[in-house]
Design a protein around this ligand. Sequence first.
Ligand code: IMP
Ligand code: MG
Length: 189
Amino acid sequence: MENDVSKVLLTEAEIRAGLKRLAGELTVEYRGSDLAVVAVLHGSCVFVSDLIRLLPIPLTLEFLACGSYGEGTVSSGEVRLTFIPGAENFAGRRVLLVDDILDTGRTLLRVREALRARGAADVKTCVFLDKPSRRVVPIRSDFRGFEIEDVFVVGYGLDFAGRYRNLPYLAALKPEIYAARQPAPEPRG
Ligand code: IMP
Ligand code: MG
């Protein structure tokens, strides 16, 4: 697995420092609230697990899942919710929607709308990574760990073709790894 890495973009220590800063911001925002954290599977699993352990406030944790219509290299762009927690888990409460990366923005925009429509009192977003140059829909994250350039990344929960989520740091893969597997990376959760 490590042999497939071309470059480490964020080390474990850098990630830890970024999360501490982020947790400080979230603690200021949510101290005294009844917080419902809702995380998008699967990419946010590592991030949300580390993040909630840095938040000294009462919270509940739920997960939701998305898929996009269409197969192959070109996504149709339509985001479908394949699993959403029952509204009783967040209705009337402050919700923090957590995802691994804000890329085109379609996922977060769609999911934020769905949570609002189902009665969340307030929905703010928190992403581990932000790739602003890739945005196609108008959304900004309220909280974010790191801004990165337009490069496909893996590790710390993010996958290529389902693999590499367990790398403890953030990395780019060697070009031949992407090339060896056709079609080209279609981001999945
Ligand atoms: P969106 O384009 O903002 O809707 O992002 C959709 C999903 O694509 C994200 O939640 C990630 O799971 C995935 N994704 C986007 N960019 C990358 C990347 O560089 N590496 C791995 N997954 C990615
Ligand atoms: Mg994801």
